[in-house]
Write a protein that binds this ligand. Structure first.
Ligand code: SF4
Length: 68
């Protein structure tokens, strides 16, 4: 399973990142402020329950990070 550093690194670089507004609406802004940037955890494509990217681009982005 991806660790938090990976979620942040991928979130920063992912072309499909879309901020999940619902996180603000339900008041759980703590993790957003704490992260101080993009992360899969605050992306609307992130499946929190299954800890995976719903549109399956996580591995692609992670692989491209490894190559740089
Ligand atoms: S959850 Fe998926 S679409 Fe969103 S930033 Fe992560 S890899 Fe990209």
């Amino acid at each position: 399973m991806a660790n938090r550093d990976q979620l942040r690194a991928v979130g920063e670089m992912c072309p499909d990142f879309t901020f999940d507004d619902s996180l603000y609406k339900n008041g759980s802004t703590m993790s957003i402020n704490e992260a101080g940037g993009r992360s899969c955890e605050i992306c609307m494509h992130w499946d929190t329950k299954n800890q995976k990217c719903k549109i399956d681009v996580f591995d692609d982005v992670l692989t491209s990070l490894d190559q740089t």
